[in-house]
Ligand binder design. Structure first.
Ligand code: RAM
Length: 361
């Protein structure tokens, strides 16, 4: 089911690494190439993995989402907390109500004081969270990024929902087919610092350079900050600025739902193609009313479940985060750590009117 072949995964991870390094280098908080590279000396990597070590009982895990009022993040974290119960641990979710770059810092500091065994973080910025996360690792608190990565030296693992390159390129491929590879398009993203969206957008731009997209033009990347109202207004703004827009890609569950709500009640309904990443439960009504034909996502419950087991395996000494180590993620089976501590959940699913009713998340 889920594991990509080793060669495919390596290719994706390498390209993704190049993009995230480029992003890190241009980020305003001043990550330098040297500091990014020295980061491969991950905390804990000097320890030896004991693949036969049992999962410790009573592990304390904390999930720190981009923001607590995001329905997608809630699904991921609740599944991770439920998974902790399976192996005799406990989990909790704490976090900010907005996805600003530094909004997670004070939460990390508190979790360090509380001596959690592991912090799982969907980072709002690859660099802004690094100082406190490094402090946590120094104190032997394991750090697992999920959904949205930190710079590589600030966590031991990154649980990626699917290959970043595949997510970015496939969204352009799908939209391209829908609009006959012709016309103006825009992207409605989350925040300007979000590692996951920025990585996907880099791959979208790469895909758009291919000859089949020569008649498609990306006119704007707008940011709705993963806030419903701002995303709604940004969609309205896009349509006012580019009334001949043919398509919008929104690679955020908050953005695509807000954009669909705007379009569904406008003269653009059924004329402007909206694609991107959404949850079936939020998008169902827009598929049924003809606003949206298709969108994609992975299973967020499985992402939380996998992250929880990965954190437990780290905290139990089964793995250290090194490439090639393997661990069992309960009912999902065995996973292998790839380059730069990346573990890939699987392939995204495309949802449309034919299959949407079989999904409930
Ligand atoms: C939003 C968040 C999250 C992203 C999903 C697709 O909920 O931005 O980070 O993975 O969309």
């Amino acid at each position: 089911m889920m594991l990509r072949n080793a060669a495919g995964r390596r290719a994706v991870a390498t390209a993704a690494t190049a993009v995230s390094l480029a992003l890190a280098l241009t980020a305003c908080s001043g990550t330098t190439k040297d500091s990014a590279e020295s980061g491969s000396a991950k905390a804990g990597s000097s320890a030896k993995a004991d693949p036969d070590a049992p999962l410790k009982k009573g592990l304390k895990l904390a999930f720190l989402p981009k923001q607590i009022n995001n329905p997608y993040e809630k699904i991921v974290d609740e599944a991770g907390i439920a998974a902790a119960k399976e192996y005799g641990g406990t989990g909790k979710e704490v976090g900010p109500s907005d996805a600003n770059a530094s909004s997670q810092v004070s939460y990390i500091n508190t979790l360090i004081q509380q001596r959690q065994d592991a912090i799982l973080i969907a980072a709002n910025d690859p660099n802004a969270v690094c100082g406190p996360l490094k402090q946590a690792m120094k104190k032997d608190i394991k750090v697992v990024a999920y959904d949205s990565d930190t710079a590589k030296d600030c966590r031991q693992l990154f649980i990626n929902q699917a290959g970043s390159e595949e997510i970015g390129r496939s969204l352009v491929q799908h939209l391209g087919e829908q609009i006959g590879h012709k016309g103006k398009i825009a992207i409605l993203s989350a925040t300007q610092n979000a590692t996951n969206q920025n990585t996907w957008i880099e791959f979208m731009k790469e895909e758009l350079k291919l000859p089949e997209y020569k008649d498609m033009e990306l006119v704007k990347v707008a940011y709705g900050d993963d806030a419903d109202q701002k995303s709604f207004q940004q969609t309205q703004g896009l349509m006012q600025a580019y009334p001949d827009l043919k398509g919008i890609i929104s690679p955020t569950t908050v953005g695509i739902a807000a954009a669909a709500r705007y379009l569904s009640d406008s003269s653009y309904k059924g004329k402007v193609v909206l694609n991107g990443l959404g949850t079936p439960n939020q998008m169902r009504k827009y598929v049924k009313d003809g606003t949206v034909e298709q969108f994609s996502l992975w299973n967020p419950q499985e992402l939380g479940y996998l992250g929880s087991y990965a954190a437990a395996a780290l905290a139990s000494g089964q793995i250290t985060g090194a490439e090639g180590e393997k661990f069992k993620a309960g009912k999902l089976g065995e996973y292998t750590i790839g380059k730069d501590g990346e573990v890939i959940l699987g392939e995204p699913t495309v949802f449309d009117s034919k299959n949407i009713d079989s999904f409930n998340f």
